[in-house]
Design a binder for this molecule. Structure first.
Ligand code: PMV
Length: 336
């Protein structure tokens, strides 16, 4: 069988997923909305199925993956093997050009790249919907990275997950001025992984049911802002939604706290920037980590980047555009 190499990029949610109704299939309690990043951040993954392999071999950033990481990849691979009717083990090499598991969505690009490369290596030509479902089995947020542009992950209601996948709201060109200025404050791995964090929140937070109830309305408002390119509404909803997520995290027990003093200084700096201009032209959002994603437009991205770089403790800034989604690479770019 041929090996296959794919590139995928992370997505950063503006309406977030945080809580599962099925933790094996990664079925969410609420839908979510995200923007796929361009190739400033990327994962490249090569997959080959080999009858001689007794189990899957996964190498991440040059080192052998842990048993837990390999088990997550196996969920995606098993679904693909079942569909393709093959039993071979897989050899997978994957590389990120950015810090792994530090709240810049490495699992999203990683599992999207795996779903694309493994399906192709298995000889399948899946629809985007099928690819999204394959990617979701590795990491929920990865189902959105199968598309470029602006993306919604539909909650779905079926128990088998067949109606819980991502769809594109609008392609990258629809609103190409949008930028995400990422401020990395702490490149270390997070202490509480998202799966465990979600489990604690959905079990213990008294505010969480309210969040799930509100989500459909927030998603409708966010989709309308994206379709009409209403920047102020898009940014305001993004900031409010980020705070809402971190409020239910804090309301969990034991409390889950991903933000740090630097994150809070970034929030102040962005709010001050908007106030000085008397308009909302930048909006922060934080995932399961202290690193900031500040959405803004091309016009303001340089200034926002400078503003964030001047904050003590911000170690690196990266500016992303809206990306077009995964693509296949040639055999000369294969990782093995
Ligand atoms: O799919 P996971 O397990 O990487 O969880 C992602 C959770 C958030 O990034 C915090 C929110 C989201 O919707 O991407």
């Amino acid at each position: 069988m041929e090996k296959s190499t794919w590139l995928a990029t992370p997505n950063i949610a503006v309406v977030k997923y945080w809580g599962k109704r099925d933790s094996f299939l990664n079925l969410p309690d609420n839908g979510s909305v995200s923007v796929t990043m361009d190739e400033a951040l990327k994962t490249i993954t090569t997959v080959e199925f080999d009858e001689r392999l007794e189990s899957d071999l996964l190498v991440l950033n040059g080192r052998r993956a842990s048993a837990e990481e390999t088990a997550r990849a196996k969920k995606v691979l098993d679904a693909i093997r079942k569909k393709a009717g093959i039993f071979a083990g897989a050899r997978i090499f994957s590389r990120n050009n950015f810090p792994t598991a530090a709240g810049i969505a490495s699992s999203a690009s990683g599992f999207a790249a795996l779903a694309c490369a493994a399906s192709d290596a298995a000889g399948l030509s899946p629809s985007k919907r099928e690819l999204s479902i394959f990617a979701r089995l590795g990491s929920g947020s990865a189902c959105r990275s199968v598309f470029g542009g602006f993306v919604e992950w539909k909650r779905g209601s079926r128990q088998d997950g067949s109606d819980s996948y991502a769809v594109q709201i609008a392609p990258a060109d629809h609103w190409k001025e949008i930028r995400n200025v990422i401020a990395i404050t702490n490149p270390e791995r997070k202490k509480i992984g998202s799966a465990r964090g979600m489990e604690i929140t959905s079990r213990t937070s008294k505010l969480y049911p309210q969040r799930v109830r509100l989500a459909p309305k927030v998603i409708r408002m966010m989709k309308r802002a994206i379709r009409k390119r209403e920047l102020e509404t898009f940014l305001l909803l993004t900031m409010r939604e980020s705070s809402h997520l971190h409020a239910v995290m804090l309301d969990s027990f034991p409390p889950i706290i991903y933000l740090n003093d630097i994150s809070r200084q970034i929030m102040d700096a962005v709010l001050g920037y908007n106030e000085a201009r008397d308009e909302i032209c930048a909006g922060y959002t934080f995932d399961a980590g202290p690193n900031a994603h500040v959405y803004t437009t091309q016009k303001h991205a340089g200034e926002v980047r400078r503003l964030l770089s001047e904050i003590e403790g911000v170690r690196q800034t990266i500016v992303c555009k809206v990306g077009r989604g995964p693509r296949k690479l040639g055999s000369s770019e294969a990782l093995f």
